[in-house]
Design a protein around this ligand. Structure first.
Ligand SMILES: C[S@@+](CC[C@H](N)C(=O)[O-])C[C@H]1O[C@@H](n2cnc3c(N)ncnc32)[C@H](O)[C@@H]1O
Length: 346
């Protein structure tokens, strides 16, 4: 049962995170050129106050779930303070290169070495204008800071909202008998939170990037309960109907339309009857009309070649085409969490 000290500690940690990453964002804006002006009409955008209030409401919802006993208060995950600070420095050192790519429209520098050779072409790009794309240890060390700066400290709480439908679904089930998969697990943050909350479940994290998987292993630590494998979302290396839980956070918008469809079809294929798929993704057109300008601006400011297509076709529709039926949904700040089960099972 969470105490009032737990509540204070949670509130203090979230406030500190938001201040820390908002500070990075503000410092970055001062150091760099103004964002390139869009040469197209954009939809409405929210005020900073509105966004802050929405983020606060999200923290409150998470805390309410903790108090309701759905899961324990989340731990702070991440490197030791010295390494945490080093990563901030790395982030700032790398920013000018990100900015140069942004203003020079460079997004297809391949990293040195032959690592990229067996990867799909669509994958070999500087997503977010980030150095080395997904393809180096340097990029993997920077990624979490970049994402938290982008979301001013709310990325982890958005990922963790996947835990609400999972906690509801787990009622009456024995976690030690269950197998789960995180598709496109990246540096492993969602996986680490899930493992922390339900250590009995046997998880696999799958990603195309060896350096990101290595980063995930460092975060999660050595445990036989979490395997990390190199693989593609569009050809999951699992038997049909073999997994109880399939989760995925912030992957689908990075995929070309046909690959996105295949990834969802694969998630449905590997899911057991009665199992649960939970997707954490960016909101899309129609999800929050008064914020749609942000969806127009995002791919313009950060190299996101498939995002405009992603926001135009609802995840819910794609999932339905893949044979999945919605069971729960929540908008969580700039993301949405959609939970599905197999449509062929009552
Ligand atoms: C935006 S990151 C999201 C990572 C993580 N899930 C998170 O919440 O931060 C996208 C991740 O998907 C991986 N990825 C991209 N395309 C993939 C594919 N076809 N199959 C598997 N992983 C892929 C990338 O390597 C990267 O780690």
């Amino acid at each position: 049962m969470a105490s009032s000290l737990d509540r204070l500690s949670y509130a203090a940690r979230q406030t500190a995170r938001v201040a820390w990453y908002a500070g990075h964002y503000a410092a970055g804006r001062r150091l760099l050129k103004p964002m390139p002006k869009p040469g197209f009409a954009i939809g409405p955008t929210p005020s900073r106050q509105e966004m802050t209030a929405d983020m606060r409401a999200l923290f409150t919802r998470e805390w309410n779930d903790v108090e309701a006993g759905l899961f324990r208060p989340p731990r702070t995950l991440g490197p030791e303070p010295a390494e945490f600070l080093r990563r901030s420095l790395l982030y700032f050192r790398d920013l000018p290169q990100v900015d140069a790519r942004r203003h020079g429209h460079l997004e297809d520098e391949l990293p040195p070495g032959t690592q990229a050779d067996r990867l799909p072409d669509y994958y070999r790009q500087n997503f977010h204008f980030q150095s080395d794309g997904w393809l180096s240890a340097h990029s993997a060390a920077l990624y979490d800071t970049q994402v938290e700066v982008l979301f001013t400290g709310a990325a982890d709480v958005m990922r963790r909202r996947a835990m609400k439908p999972i906690a509801d679904w787990l009622v009456g089930r024995n976690q030690r008998t269950l197998r789960g998969l995180d598709v496109g697990c990246g540096t492993g943050r969602l996986l680490a939170f899930l493992h922390d909350a339900w250590p009995g479940i046997r998880w696999t994290g799958l990603d195309l990037s060896p350096p990101y998987l290595a980063e995930a292993r460092r975060l999660i630590g050595r445990t036989a309960r979490v395997k990390l494998v190199e693989g593609a979302a569009e050809t999951l290396p699992f038997e049909e109907a073999s997994l109880d839980l399939v989760v995925s956070s912030f992957l689908l918008h990075e995929l070309p339309p046909d690959v996105r469809r295949s990834a969802l079809t694969e998630m449905a294929r590997v899911l057991k009857p009665g199992g649960l798929v939970v997707i954490v993704e960016s909101i899309q057109k129609g999800d929050h009309p008064s914020w749609e300008g942000l969806l127009d601006l995002f791919p313009h400011y950060f190299h996101e070649p498939y995002y405009a297509d992603y926001v135009g076709g609802l995840v819910e529709t794609l999932a339905s085409d893949a044979g999945l039926r919605p069971v729960a949904a929540e908008r969580a700040f700039l993301s949405k969490i959609c939970a599905f089960t197999r449509a062929d099972v009552a």
